[in-house]
Structure formats: C-alpha cells, structure tokens
Design a protein around this ligand. Structure first.
Ligand SMILES: *Cc1c(COP(=O)(O)O)cnc(C)c1O
Length: 419
C-alpha cells in the first residue's frame, strides 16, 4: 500500500503482483477454453464494474428504507432499483435481492415459511435436484423431514403421479420443484394443484432456467408457485448471488425475515448492484436474442452428441442444458471430464437418473451453452463443439486426437475474444 496524503490506498490490482498474476491466469483460462459448465456464464463489463465498485465499502442491514445503519441513501436506491427491475423482469409483486447465493435464498425461504422438523418434498439429486433442497449433508436436510420424488424410469421426466402419491402419503408443508440437472420443462400448474390438495406451499427454484423464464422461452413458475428462488449468475448472466420472488403480501415478512436475520447478516451491496445491472440487461431485447440462441444451440449440441453415439438423458433438452449418459462409451463422467479439459473443453461430471455409480465417479456429463453464446458462439460453433466432444468420448486416451481438438478449440476461442 502506498501512502498518499489523505489516506491509505493502493494502486489497482497491479500493486499485488502475486494475485494479479493469478487473476490474469484465470482470464487467459476463460479466454482460451470453451466453458460448458452449466452453472457458469460470462458477465458483461458493466456487471463486473458494479461488483468491483466502492459499494463494497458500505454496510447495510435489514430491509430497504428501514436500515439499521445510517448513510444508506444510495444503498437504498440501489437495492430498490434491483428489486423494481427484478419485479418488472419476472412480472411479480415482491423481490428480495439480498441472498448471497442460491443456497442462502433457499435456506432463508425454508426458515421463514416452515417450522423446525416440518415435512418437505423435493426432487432427489440423482434425478436432477439440488443439494440445498434437503440433502442430508446440509442444514436443510437436518432441519426438515425430507422426502424425495424422482423421475420416471421410462421418460426420465418428473412423474406427477409419484409426486402426488408421495404428497398424500407424507403431507409436506412445502413442495420444491426445479433442479440443477433437469433439462426439461416442468408443469408448474399441476404441481400447484398437488400442493393445494395437501395444503403445502409450492417453491420453484429456477436457478438454471431463470434467464429463459425472463425471456419467455420456458414456462413461467410465478403464476403458480407461492415463492420462487433463483441464482442470478447462471442463465441470467449476472452477479454471483441469489434472489427470492413472490406475489402474496402475506408471505413478505416471513420471507424477508427468513433471509435477514434468519440466514444472513449485512447486504453485499456490490453484488446487489451487479444484480440490478443484469436485470436491466435482461429487460432489453438483446437478452431475448441471447436466450433464444442459447436454447437453440443446446438443442443442436444434444443432436450432435446423439449423432456421435451419446445417449442424451430425456432424449433432448428444453433449456440451455444437456445431460449426457456415457454408458455407450464405457467411460465414467470423471474420466471424460478430464479428457475434455485437456482439449480446452470445460464440463462437469454429473449423476444421471437411476445412476448406479457415485457422485465422484458418475455415469454422466452436464453441459450448457450459456457461456459460449455469451461470447458470441452460434449454432455452427456448437455443432463443431458437439463433434469434438463425441470424438474425445470415443477415444479419451488418444493424445494425438486430443491435441488436434485442443488446437481447434484454441483457434475457435481466439476468434471470439472475451472482455
Ligand atoms: C446452482 C443452484 C443453486 C445454488 O446456488 P449457489 O449460489 O451455489 O448456492 C441452488 N439451486 C439450484 C437449482 C441450482 O442449480
């Protein structure tokens, strides 16, 4: 840190060469590789700037315009802007933009709406559910009596009859829909009917398809769910964090108190500003174009992989996500992910429905087009990516094949620079 009259301020990141080099390395990694991990995206410069702004200096706690600390004039306006934009984008009445993550959004809603030990019904992980929906290793798994529904063995889609049977049997106070590896549309209206039959709340966690909902390319959960949670950094292409949306004013205090003081303290105002930016971007016409491209590219990627011999879970996708069953290739998800990474293709290993393997070495891969389309890839780029992936899955230990593809990946990436 260099002394300057009036205070201690270092120069920019260059003043910490050790960290600077690491961040530069990460930038190069993002620039030179194809990012296919479904929980990632490449944000706009404006989102980056908001998150790196002086807002990091400001501490506020509690609800907007009712803070526990002074000096909140701009903080209040910024959070209110994010809330207004969120409500406009998703056409709903209330938003809480404070959750530091998707997990916190879920934990806060559960804390606000449920009593300790209450029964809940959610999708299991291998069927595509999320760990924050009651997995035994999490607080939600410890604090509530969790029952899981799965998918049909035949269609690999949610079996509404099973959900209904389990709901009648276990009388949940909350039913959760939405997951991290479910590539298909979900029938929210039928789920609401089931929830009403057993007087349960319906919560939809739209983390992976929020951007598509915003673009009206996926069924809108808000008319049916009592409460909707999401992350803001996946298909929404925004700041790292979470959000809660709802319409019923009766729920407002319980949801807000569940988030603060329930599971969080002060607001990460710089992240809230980043969320305001991404909601503003998502309200523009270009975002619908982006989402449409990402959805079309995912359908094409699924087709190419299928033509290359892979089995696509559910036979395709309605979202920007493609779930691949590797059984045809005699290779596990972890080995496949490592081979693909050598070629500059970043994917994640994933469980598939009825997987007989473990989360560490599962039978599947999860891919997404979110980040690729954000840097300008279109259908022809994703057609090539699908072919490269299939070639590697056929010959995961053929180093000359991997090298040839790595070269093609690198050429593609240099044609589409980021930042
Ligand atoms: C990614 C995801 C989350 C969790 O988000 P974090 O920000 O990592 O806590 C929650 N729910 C679903 C369905 C997700 O896909």
């Amino acid at each position: 840190m260099t002394w300057r009259q009036g205070g201690y301020f270092s120069a920019g990141l260059e003043s910490d060469p050790e960290l600077f080099d690491l961040i530069e390395g990460e930038l190069r990694r993002q620039q030179n590789g194809v990012e296919l991990i479904a929980s990632e995206n490449l944000v706009s410069r404006c989102v980056l700037a908001a998150q790196g702004s002086v807002l990091t200096n400001k501490t506020v706690e509690g609800e907007v315009f009712k803070r526990y600390y002074g000096g909140a004039v701009y903080a209040d306006e910024i959070e209110a802007l994010a809330m207004t934009r969120a409500c406009k984008l998703f056409n709903c009445r209330f938003a809480n933009v404070q959750p530091h993550s998707g997990t916190n959004a879920n934990a806060g809603v559960l804390l606000g709406l449920l009593k300790l030990g209450a029964p809940i019904l959610s999708m299991n992980i291998s069927a595509g559910g999320h760990i924050s929906h009651g997995h035994p290793a999490t607080l939600t798994g410890r604090d509530y009596a969790v029952t899981h529904y799965g998918v049909s063995r035949q269609t690999e889609r949610i079996d509404l009859d099973e959900v209904r049977d389990l709901a009648i049997k276990t009388r949940p106070h909350l039913i959760i829909a939405g997951g991290s590896a479910y590539p298909r549309e979900i029938d929210f209206s039928q789920l609401r009917k089931i929830a009403d039959e057993v007087s349960a709340y319906l919560m939809v966690d739209m983390a992976h398809f929020a951007g598509l909902v915003a673009s009206r390319l996926y069924p809108d959960p808000l008319p049916y769910a009592h409460v909707v949670t999401t992350t803001t950094y996946k298909s929404l292409r925004g700041a790292r964090g979470g959000m809660v949306l709802w319409n019923d004013p009766e729920l407002t205090q319980r949801i807000n108190h569940g988030i603060f003081p329930g599971v969080q303290g002060s607001v990460m105002l710089h992240a809230v500003a980043g969320k305001a930016v991404c909601f503003g971007e998502a309200l523009r016409e270009e975002f619908i174009f982006y989402s449409t491209q990402a959805q079309c590219a995912a359908a094409l990627l699924a087709q190419k992989l299928s033509a290359g011999g892979a089995r696509i879970v559910t036979g395709g996708t309605d979202t920007t996500m493609v779930l691949v069953d590797l059984s045809n290739f005699n290779i596990t998800g972890d080995t496949a992910a490592k081979a693909l990474e050598l070629a500059g293709l970043a994917v994640n290993k994933n469980l598939i429905p009825f997987d007989r393997r473990t989360p560490e070495s599962p039978s599947g891969l999860r891919l997404s087009t979110n980040a690729g389309v954000a840097r300008g890839f279109g259908v022809s780029e994703f057609a090539a990516i699908g072919e490269w992936i299939a070639r590697i899955l056929h010959n995961p230990s053929d180093m000359s094949e991997i090298k040839a593809i790595a070269h093609a990946v690198s050429t593609l990436c240099s044609a589409f620079p980021i930042y």
